[in-house]
Design a protein around this ligand. Structure first.
Ligand SMILES: [Zn+2]
Length: 138
């Protein structure tokens, strides 16, 4: 857009003041004079502050901020893990080695368990390859 001379600008400002004083809008003025709404807005802001829109009032509600993530839980200690394992109940009395299925029900070996173990002696030997080494030491 070509620059306006100060005289041209003064004419536009005078016409715009008259138009706005008569209750006209900037949009109407822009259309009538072949100007863009932004141009008329700028002319109003710089030359006719009494007709310029005031800035919006400050926000009364607080701005929405990003929610903080909850802190990651502390890792469990060995003692806590052992306490959770103990909560599952006493070790089984009968061998838990699956011996087959009857319909939808699992059947287990059900021989007496080795102390502190989930299986009988034979199944401990199968299940824990190092069980024989422990037996030899004990
Ligand atoms: Zn067994």
């Amino acid at each position: 857009m070509a620059a306006r001379s100060p005289a041209e600008l003064a004419d536009i400002v005078a016409l715009l003041r008259e138009h706005l004083s008569a209750g006209g809008t900037r949009g109407e003025f822009a259309r009538h004079h072949g100007l863009t709404p932004s141009t008329v807005h700028g002319i109003t802001r710089r030359n006719l502050p009494e007709f310029h829109c005031p800035p919006p009032p400050p926000r009364t509600s607080p701005r929405r901020r990003h929610r903080k993530r909850p802190p990651a839980p502390e890792p469990l200690s060995i003692a806590q893990i052992q306490a959770m394992q103990r909560r599952d109940g006493p070790p089984p009395l009968f061998c838990q080695w699956p011996a087959g299925k009857q319909g939808r029900t699992w059947l287990f070996c059900e021989s007496a368990c080795e102390p502190g173990q989930p299986y009988c002696l034979d199944h401990c030997r199968i299940s824990f390859p190092r069980f024989r080494d422990v037996e030899a030491i004990a």
